[in-house]
Design a protein around this ligand. Structure first.
Ligand SMILES: Cc1cc2nc3c(=O)[nH]c(=O)nc-3n(C[C@H](O)[C@H](O)[C@H](O)COP(=O)(O)OP(=O)(O)OC[C@H]3O[C@@H](n4cnc5c(N)ncnc54)[C@H](O)[C@@H]3O)c2cc1C
Length: 329
C-alpha cells in the first residue's frame, strides 16, 4: 500500500535472478524508513515454489500471477500484469532489475503507470526530503548523477545487477502468497517466441559475474582466448571481451562488455590487451577492482585501473595463472 516498496522478482530458467535479492535487501531498508511493507511480484507459470526465497530476503508478501501465457517473457503480457498489480497495490517505490529483460520491462511499466523511471541505478536511498534518490552513471559513465523524483508515484527505478550488497538469507521465513488473477489472453500478446538460440552455455552471465577476465584486440586471435579461459577457471571467473575482439569474430557478441555490449559490475575485472576506450569503460568502470594488463603504459585503461601491469600479456597471464594455481593448492 501507500508506503510499501515493491520488487519485481525476475525468474530465468526456473531460478530467481540474483539482482532480485539485492533489490529486496535495499528495499527492506527503504520500506522500514517509509514505515511500509516490502512486497514482491512473481510472474510466470509454475513459479509458486520460488515465493519463499523472496521472504528469506525480507519480502513479507508476494503477489503471484501465474498463467501458461506467462511462461515465456513477452513485453505485452508482463508489462500489463505488473502494471495492473502495481496500480492496485499502489506502493511508493517499484524496483526492477536492470537486466536484459528489465531494460525492456521497466520503461513499459513506468509508461503505463504514467510515472518517471530512473534507469540502471547504482544506488537507491531515501533523501532528507523523504523522497527516493537514485544514483546512476550518465554520458557513458563520465558523470555520476543523483536523480530526484517528482511527487508522482510509484518512484520507479531499475537497478544494475551486482551493485547492492545482499544480507544472508533467513531460510526460516515463509512468504504470504497473494494469488492475483493474471487477466491476460493470447490476443494481448502481439509477439511470439519462434526459436531460442542459447549462447554462453553453462557459464555465469557476465552481468552477474563476481570476477571477469576480459580480452581485447591485444589478444591477437581467437586461439589465445584459451589462455583467458584457463585464468578464468582458476579464479571462478567469466570471460568477456572488448568490441574489437567481438568484431574480429574471436568471441561471441553476447560476451561484449561496453556501451553497446553488457554493463558489468564485478568485484574484480581483469582487462587484458584492452586500451580502455570510453565505450568500453562505459560497461565496466563501476567494477569494484580493476586490473589492467597492457604493454602500453599510456593506455587509457590505466587511468581507471586500481592495479596495472605494463608488460606483454602473453608473458604475464600464464605466470599469473600458474601462481594462482599454486596459491589454491
Ligand atoms: C558507437 C560505438 C559503440 C561502441 N561500443 C563498444 C563497446 O560496447 N565495447 C567496446 O569494448 N568497445 C566499443 N566500441 C569500440 C571502442 O571505441 C574501441 O574501438 C574498442 O573498445 C577497442 O577495443 P580494444 O581495447 O580491444 O582494442 P584497441 O583499442 O586496439 O586496444 C588494444 C590494446 O591492446 C594492447 N596490446 C596489444 N598487444 C598487447 C600485448 N601483447 N600485451 C599487452 N597489451 C597488448 C595495446 O597496447 C592496446 O592498448 C564502440 C565504438 C563506437 C563508435
Amino acid at each position: 500500500m501507500a508506503n510499501d516498496v515493491c520488487v519485481f522478482a525476475e525468474v530465468k530458467e526456473g531460478a530467481i535472478k540474483k539482482v532480485v535479492f539485492e533489490m529486496l535487501c535495499a528495499g527492506k531498508e527503504l520500506a522500514d524508513k517509509l514505515g511500509g511493507e516490502l512486497t514482491a511480484v512473481l510472474i510466470g507459470s509454475n513459479v509458486e515454489d520460488l515465493a519463499d526465497q523472496l521472504a528469506w530476503y525480507g519480502a513479507s508478501k508476494v503477489f503471484l500471477a501465474e498463467n501458461e501465457l506467462l511462461e515465456e517473457y513477452s513485453s505485452d503480457a508482463y508489462t500489463k500484469v505488473l502494471a495492473d498489480i502495481v496500480r492496485e497495490q499502489q506502493p511508493s517505490i517499484l524496483l526492477i532489475g536492470s537486466t536484459i529483460l528489465g531494460k525492456d520491462l521497466a520503461p513499459g511499466v513506468a509508461s503505463r503507470l504514467q510515472t518517471g523511471l530512473a534507469s540502471d541505478c547504482i544506488n537507491i536511498a531515501m533523501g532528507d526530503d523523504g523522497k527516493l534518490t537514485a544514483t546512476r552513471p550518465m554520458y557513458a559513465g563520465k558523470i555520476i548523477a543523483d536523480l530526484a523524483f517528482s511527487d508522482d508515484k510509484p518512484w520507479t527505478a531499475s537497478v544494475r545487477p551486482n551493485v547492492l550488497p545482499v544480507s544472508p538469507p533467513d531460510e526460516s521465513k515463509k512468504a504470504e502468497v497473494v494469488k492475483v488473477d493474471a487477466a491476460i489472453s493470447s490476443e494481448d500478446i502481439r509477439t511470439s517466441v519462434v526459436e531460442k538460440i542459447v549462447t554462453g552455455g553453462e557459464k555465469v552471465d557476465l552481468t552477474e559475474a563476481e570476477i571477469i577476465v576480459s580480452g581485447g584486440r591485444g589478444m591477437k586471435g581467437p586461439e589465445n582466448f584459451k589462455m583467458l579461459e584457463e585464468l578464468a577457471e582458476v579464479l571462478g571467473a567469466t570471460v568477456g571481451a572488448s568490441r574489437a575482439a567481438v568484431d574480429a569474430g574471436w568471441i561471441a557478441q553476447s560476451d561484449q562488455v561496453g556501451q553497446t555490449g553488457k554493463v558489468v559490475n564485478p568485484n574484480l575485472y581483469i582487462a587484458c590487451g584492452i586500451s580502455g576506450a570510453i565505450q568500453h569503460l562505459a560497461g565496466m568502470s563501476t567494477s569494484k577492482c580493476i586490473v589492467a594488463i597492457n604493454k602500453d603504459s599510456e593506455a587509457p585503461i590505466f587511468q581507471k585501473a586500481d592495479y596495472g601491469v605494463v608488460d606483454d600479456l602473453f608473458k604475464v597471464v600464464p605466470i599469473f595463472t600458474e601462481e594462482l594455481k599454486k596459491i589454491k593448492e
